[in-house]
Design a protein around this ligand. Sequence first.
Ligand SMILES: *Cc1c(COP(=O)(O)O)cnc(C)c1O
Length: 469
Amino acid sequence: MRYISTRGNAPALNFEDVLLTGLASDGGLYVPENLPRFTVEEISSWAGLPYHELAFNVMRPFVAGCIEDDEFKTILKDTYAVFEHPAVAPLRQLDANEWVMELFHGPTLAFKDFALQLLGRLLDAVLQKRGERVVIMGATSGDTGSAAIEGCRASENVDIFILHPHNRVSEVQRRQMTSAISDNIHNIAIEGNFDDCQEMVKASFADQAFLKGTRLVAVNSINWARIMAQIVYYFHAAIQLGGPQRSVSFSVPTGNFGDIFAGYLARNMGLPINQLIVATNRNDILHRFMSGNRYHKDELHPTLSPSMDIMVSSNFERLLFDMHGRNGALVAELMDNFRTTGQLSVEEDRWTETRKLFDSLGVDDEQTCNTIAEVYEATGELLDPHTAIGVTAARACRRDATIPMVTLGTAHPVKFPEAVEKAVPDVKPELPAHMADLFEREERMTVLPNDLKAVQEFVSQHGNKGKPL
Ligand SMILES: *Cc1c(COP(=O)(O)O)cnc(C)c1O
């Protein structure tokens, strides 16, 4: 499988190189040159398979030529064995023909584990073969950092540096990062805000001299392998609900458009998906596009669903590429224009075509809490605020009540107690048994000033299993 850039002006890469590359050299994002397409018979034959075997069937074409079948099978088996629920991504019924797919049974209790547990293992396998080591740098306001750390924890060939704003992440989120203690894991608390962290990571990618030749890898949601891993659970849900003979619809709590883009790919690979609902919080640039063809940048609004607090959605460019007949030059022009004006609209017929599949809703904090309370009262199920936004949108945007509707349950409620306690004051979400001791675990982190040189010096002194590069 070859991968090409959404801006049409960068070399095509194979899977291994795409795994180790962030942005394409023309500023675009990598996408598969051709999507595999499965027949109804093939998909039907996967009914009843364990999650890791389904994952192998769905993802095999994407890694073909780079990772041997047997090795890939072993990697997938190990990856999904760390999930606490035997079904890995169980479906829980909320109402007639309405489900939540629980994607929070991984080590950090959010769906990002599905991709990052795999990414860490794939990186390690590829680097082992090459005899290379890499450094990962990332900034986090919460979920991504802990999932990336857990994913790389056992990687022999990776040192990971995660920057978070000091005293500005929740205690559960901080502890999930800082209690992972290993020579190759480096938590840096920056005396600044999330944007400062992100700027320092960006600047480090732009000028890598401090790494003395060691390759720097990104694990943010533009990494193709993350999208790839997320395609699998759409198949998993649909097959359990009668697919591919029957269509299914999905509602997806959305920030950077990675998770829902995976659903869009699943559909293009042959899975009958009737409707994809983009569920956003007040940071609703995607809702404004889907409802009115206006992808216009706005300021950031902090909400009770912080993992979806974004101003622009980095993976949206991948959809734009398809919307424009995969014409990279057109996408480059749109994105250049967006960079200077902060505004983007597409031709009416392209937008109308997109709307055949996608609907959307922007949900505010009050409505989020109402849905948490409502669902708790009706079913005893405690939703996290991101999932509650998905359920709200699913109910508001549903086109056909006879088609099963699945909301992606993106996080465990214990990660976001503020919203849950506001919605249902008398219940406190509890840590699952395997994490019950989180508040007693030892923590390790380094506090650094909001200063690029200090951070880069720290990385170069510790980037080789805690030793200097
Ligand atoms: C990251 C995240 C999202 C948003 O996913 P995208 O792929 O960025 O759209 C939603 N919910 C939770 C809990 C998350 O951590």
